[in-house]
Ligand binder design. Sequence first.
Ligand code: HEC
Ligand code: HEC
Ligand code: HEC
Length: 379
Amino acid sequence: MTFLRVIGFSLALLGFYALFAHTLPQVEPDLSEPEVVSTDGLDMEGMIALGEGLFSGKGTCTLCHNGMGRAPDTLEMDLAVTFPERLSDPAYSGVAAGKEGPEAVDAYLRESMLDPSAYVVAGFGKKGTNDAESPMPVVNAAPIELSAVEINATIAFLQDRAGMTPTVPLPSAEDTPVDKEPISAEGMVEAPVTDLMEALDNFACAACHDLNESGADLGPALGGIADRMSRTELMGAILDPNAEIAEGYEEGLMPDTLAEDMHSSELLLIVDYLLTLPAPDPSAVPDEDDGPITDAIGVIDEYACAGCHDLEGSEADLGPKLNGIGVRMNREQLTVAIVDPNAEITEGYEPDMMPDYFGDDMTEGEMTLILDYLIKLPE
Ligand code: HEC
Ligand code: HEC
Ligand code: HEC
């Protein structure tokens, strides 16, 4: 019960209700088809605009093609110089090798997207492959799944940026329609946050996922996720959560708006962090209903202290580290910090973050156990 309250607390804390309101309709089966429009009649200017929207939106290209060094910073570099360089690079032996002009660039770009490993820009290969393999996902397969028209639009956009007249075919009535409102760069109005905890808070991941013993279990625990998923799969699971549903969980519960709402830099922060999360220690899982708690670890588990504080190796940092707290606080001060956490806020932290009901919920015995434990917790 207390565990649930802690979770309930964090949900409210993380602005979950706004999210949930957003999420609820998807729990019901959505009978309407996603709104799509035919691209029949779109002119080249329209294609270029569509490509621009796709590059930072549905295509998720800016996830990697940005200034963070994971891929060439395609939107920043002078493509009129770059593309001819690629085509004449002796290391390039793809379809457009040795050719020049807009048609050759078209072929090069198409190949880059459909067969990224055909040519790997020096220094950007998958780790350990000596630039033989590209980390870039194939764009017409999951999770990106661009259609033929969308691939053409992306090429038109990049050719236009290189100062060329696009050479891609215009769409016809037979082409698959595209999503009505391809997620566009304009959707991303807010500046990206650069702090990991803020990013996790903004998107409320820990409200549903146990990122390290927060106890949340609306979604699968993400400890040790690196053993189960590659970086690309993890991104896919976040950006397109309903493409594949984790066993034992409901479809439509994980928000499917993250691709729209997140900046690529925020996604990378979160993904990098998740990949470092250790697998949970199975011996730390508390047994349920096994009588009164008789040790401090039991109290910590019962009240989820380690979900916010770095205890039992949880490395959580929503709250301050408690190591060596006995040097900074005596028993009395420590009691106040636990039962009346807002009486004094630890420097660098926000008020109303730590639950204020421990005083009501803890038995005297539990309080004694946790105080004894914290007072002696080494630095
Ligand atoms: C997961 C990261 C990732 C995503 C997502 C991604 N790329 Fe890439 N891309 C790379 C990397 C890394 C390279 C450099 C290695 C290579 O040449 O394959 C690259 C190379 C390229 C190149 C060749 C660049 C050059 O300078 O010659 C093009 C063109 C390209 N990507 C287009 C796209 C487009 C368009 C999208 C979106 C539809 C996209 N990429 C999505 C990682 C990514
Ligand atoms: C409202 C609850 C909720 C929120 C908020 C949420 N998720 Fe999820 N997530 C779920 C559920 C439920 C699943 C399992 C169903 C599915 O696969 O879509 C899931 C699945 C996942 C998976 C796949 C795990 C696996 O084992 O297959 C990953 C990775 C993930 N979420 C990461 C995140 C990240 C990162 C955030 C924050 C940016 C986040 N989630 C926010 C509920 C949520
Ligand atoms: C939802 C997150 C959360 C949970 C759960 C939580 N805390 Fe905290 N705790 C915080 C935050 C944030 C602060 C700093 C702000 C403040 O002083 O209220 C804090 C402050 C403290 C402090 C004062 C530390 C200092 O250096 O001043 C102590 C002691 C403490 N918590 C103990 C506990 C114990 C024991 C539990 C479990 C019974 C617990 N906390 C559960 C978030 C949490």
